[in-house]
Design a protein around this ligand. Structure first.
Ligand code: GLU
Ligand code: ZN
Length: 296
């Protein structure tokens, strides 16, 4: 398919909770290559819904580094912090469908329930503020066919129970915001880290209840340290060094099973990405949850 004629729309949706590290580069690169190889668009959405966890300047730093890595996105960046009205509409739609109820259960209680909500507040007439809003789920299996991980399913009543769509502090939960925006941006394909696979059934359920189209999903393995701990901003994975952009891309291509030829060892970022787009094969991405890397 030639560029511009494809219905493929992909995205990268970082949370600006810190600098871009190798783990986030993998999700950025995989979603970029899959989109470009299909002649599709690649959009960028900043998931900045939790100011307390977002160091000032982190979002700009991510954009700056993506540019340096040659990962140029299409169109304007969407900021979730500017999308509150859309989330309020979606909440209202779910409320009208009778699927939303307030809950003031404590973290302690949730720990006792091992984080599987038991429906305790479903039928309470009065729930004092502050309270969260939960979405009523159904006792049935929700499955998807992931392009990398294969068939995956969950019965939400066993995995999480009625889940939070607006937090006690008033912030919109990731699960709700992500489906509203993926639909609004007409995202057709989602390529992201394995750590989000277990959120996908909740997102499919929300899409169903909101009458939204279902994108195609692909979950790539996440990079872990030698101890098997996922690399994340919270675990202080080292920020990427922009002076080594080509090296990072080369390593990420290897990690994604794309086997860049040794001759590309000295290639520029542009050459590496051109090779990556031409040779991208999503079926070569290892069907694994995590892959350890040495941080050097
Ligand atoms: N903002 C999420 C994160 O950085 C990713 C959301 C998604 O790709 O669905 O982990
Ligand atoms: Zn409750």
């Amino acid at each position: 398919m030639s560029p511009g004629t494809s219905a493929y729309i992909g995205r990268f949706a970082p949370s600006p909770s810190g600098a871009l590290h190798f783990g986030s580069l993998l999700a950025a690169l995989a979603s970029f290559l899959d989109a470009r190889a299909c002649g599709g668009q690649w959009l960028l959405r900043m998931e900045d819904l939790d100011p307390a966890r977002e160091p000032p300047g982190a979002a700009d730093q991510i954009l700056y580094l993506l540019e340096h890595l040659g990962l140029h996105w299409d169109g304007p960046v969407v900021y979730q912090s500017e999308r509150q009205a859309a989330y309020a509409d979606a909440l209202e739609q779910l409320r009208e469908a009778g699927l939303v109820f307030p809950c003031d259960c404590t973290r302690k209680r949730m720990r006792q329930l091992e984080n599987v909500y038991d429906g305790h507040c479903r039928k309470r007439a009065q729930v004092p503020e502050p309270h969260a809003l939960r979405l009523r789920i159904e006792n049935r299996e929700i499955t998807l066919s992931d392009q990398i991980q294969g068939c995956y399913g969950q019965n939400l009543s066993q995995e999480c129970g009625d889940f939070i769509i607006r937090r006690k502090d008033g912030l919109i939960a990731y699960q709700l915001a992500v489906v509203v925006d993926d639909a609004w941006q007409n995202i057709s394909h989602i390529v992201r880290g394995f750590d989000l696979l277990d959120s996908t059934p909740r997102q499919l359920y929300l899409q169903e209840k909101l009458g939204l189209p279902l994108p195609r999903y692909a979950h790539i393995p996440v990079a872990s340290d030698a101890m098997g701990q996922k690399l994340s901003k919270q675990h202080f994975a080292r920020p990427l060094d922009q002076g080594r952009a080509a090296e990072h891309i080369h390593r990420a291509l290897e990690f994604l099973g794309q086997a860049p030829p040794p001759a590309l060892q000295q290639a520029t970022v542009e050459e590496l990405l051109a090779w990556g787009i031409e040779h991208w094969d999503i079926h070569e991405v290892p069907r694994l949850a995590t892959i350890p890397i040495n941080e050097d």
